[in-house]
Design a protein around this ligand. Sequence first.
Ligand code: CA2
Length: 141
Amino acid sequence: MTEIIIINGPNLNLLGKREPEIYGTNTFENFFGLLQKEFSNVANISYFQSNHEGVIIDKLHEVGFSGAGIVLNAGGLTHTSVALGDAVAAIPSPVVEVHISNIHAREPFRHHSYISKYAKGVIVGCGLNGYRLAVMHLLQM
Ligand code: CA2
C-alpha cells in the first residue's frame, strides 16, 4: 500500500470555521475522512497539522526519507520560510505543494513560494479538491 502524508501548516486547523468565502465551509477533518475512504484500496493516507515552523520541518525529516509521498500546504510559511524550502529540498520523498486558494489572484506577497522550486508539482486554487488531485498525482508518479 502506498504511504501518503498530508501536512498542513499554520492556521489550517481553522478550515471550515473562519473565512468561508476564501477557504470554504468544510472542516479538514471531515474532508480528510472522505479522502481516506476514497483511496482506502490503494493508499494509506495520514494527516499532520502544526502551527509551528520547526515542528513541520521535523515532520518532513521524519517522513521524508521513508519513500512516502507528501502533500504539503505550508500555509503562510510558504511565502516566508527559507528553512521550509531547504527542508523540502533536502528530502528524497516527492512533495506536491497545495494551496486551497489561488495564491496568484491574491495579495502580491502570496505570489512567491519558497517551496515550489523543490516540489514535484504545485496545485493552487482548486479548493480542498487540490489535496485529492495531489494524492492522485503521487499515486500515478
Ligand atoms: O490557500 C492556501 O491554502 C494558503 O496556503 C492558506 C494560508 C495562506 O497564508 C496562504 O497564502 C494560502 C492561510 C491559511 C489560513 O487558513 C485559514 C482557514 C480558515 C480560516 C482562517 C484561516
